[in-house]
Design a protein. Sequence first.
Length: 692
Amino acid sequence: MTVARGVYVTGVEAGGGKSAVALGLAELLSRRVRRLGVFRPLTRDDGETDPVVALLRSRYGTVGAAGPSYQHASELLGAHRADDLVGEILEHYHALERSCDAVIIVGTDFGRTLGEGHDEPALPEELQLNLRIAGELGASVLPVVNGHRRDSGDIADAVRAAYYACDELPVLAVIANRVAPGADSRLPLLPVPVYAIPQLPAIAAPTVAEVAAALHANPVHGATPGAMARDVVSAVVGAASVPTFLEHLRDNCLVVTPGDRADLIVATFAAHLGGQAAVSGLLLTLGVEPDPRVVALVSRFRVELPIFTVPSDSYDTVAALTGLEGRLRGDNQRKVDAALGLFESHVDSIELAGRLDLSRPDRVTPLMFEYELIERARADRRHVVLPEGVEERILRAAEALSRRGVCDLTLLGPVDEIEQRARELGLDLGDARLVNPADARWRSEFATEYARMRAHKGMTRDIAYDLMTNVNYFGTMMVHTGRADAMVSGAVHPTADTIRPAFEIIKTQPGVGVASSVFFMCLADHVLVYGDCAINPDPTPEQLADIALSSAETAARFGVEPRVAMLSYSTGGSGQGAEVDKVALATKLVRERRPDLPVEGPIQYDAAVDPSVAATKLPGSEVAGRATVLIFPDLNTGNNTYKAVQRSAGAVAVGPVMQGLRKPVNDLSRGATVRDIISTVAITAIQSQVVS
């Protein structure tokens, strides 16, 4: 076990993928420290922001810094002044370290000039430089071995060599990255953990945008942001007849063909639209632009398939593509999700965190809260149904959830339409199950069961059979019958369309008088829980007490220590009126049912969250000024307040999260982002872990 505040991620050779490992490590540390930093010992000579620093800064809000430039380092090393170089690096590092709880140090890039008289330093020489810097910084070391195109014996030898090269330095673990399937069969036993992360083309593959930039290609058609983010895994040269050409198309391929091959351009669009292959784009060679009539024709396909031109011929173009690899960037969420999914699936995060001896802080920040959700959902994987399967945001969230291994998924809707939309967007839905309620084999069973449950309301089987084509009713019946653990809907449906089937079919838990909801309000440096801002218009004192108790349980379940404020326009006995009396009675009921729960009410919002105001209005209260769960007296107050805080304070509102149902069903805001959907699905999966 090591208590070093810095972790030094160093490659052992070029191409090991230490950026992806640094990303996975940042994901792990962001859940456990409030102030995370990233440091590069040497900085780029072109003056641009280092891509690893930029990635971690954009995703985690890390504080980034770097040491002297590669050129300066080369001059010092050439003059045999390595001590001066290390001293400068130390000075830069300690200036950063003072403001951070932990720092990820990403070692130098193999292949850059580091020394006079040779452009490519010997690999052991650069590795020794990194290990010396790590020792001087007092950091633990995480060596990354390049497993690409190596057999199991070579990988085992490289892992041993990397570990023993560290000599007396504290080694956190050794990671063999980009390993081919089966090549990890002979990983050596060492005094530290050894992990193997497999090769995934989606990570190393360049995007269409990166290909276009590298080849200085000119856009002709369809260069939308979504299309430009697609991966390019392979290239297919179009030189044969259409039937032969079609046989060679594969998913994520880039078609390279002269610009005058109108037949192949049209065939590519038709194959992409028809589902034969999800093509990434077309690169037209020889500087020949396609006939405008051809561009007009393919435009009618209404698919995001970009066309570019380059001046080179097909041979030189493919040669330029060979060996081109993509970078992990903060603006490519799909690639980030893929890298994190691999890291989290093949590296024991609990073991690694234990070796770092990092305890979780008492205060939960929004970043900690968000990534804790992913960690907990993955730990006990559940099955969530998403009724709005053709909606773009749902599809993008489904891909991210699948890549991160958050939960198993079922998407509802016309299967052909879902598949076509995913192809158009260049998405990989992984193992997600696609079900069309209209022709599903469960439709008849669901209709019979629903008619039985609602017979007292006059429901007949024929009406129920028709109703089961409604995706929300069908999804709710999947949860009710155990074919899914939970459901999330509402991206395109009103709240009532999502929760009505849940109230009719799933119903409330025993002992809960009313179902309700909360929002997790992620503010700048902490998370608050607001209830009820979405369901109950004017709760009675008894219902308000139920809402408070359910909200406190939900808060505790998600790592927020519950201190409950029963809100009113009066604090203590400062005001009078029916609404104040309602809140006072509800507070009394909460105390009777949960004497152990810190609760205060009636209390005004400012007294609940501001310690200075609390000291004046309610001195000595264990809740005032420190409240984490805020219960609003009615829907009008709660809904307006959460939206005001969301828009005015820039808070992220996660929810509404339903509580009190026998099985979890949650509603999305129709303005929900992909990130909102991912968080809500993770919350819902965690809820299902508790009720199952």
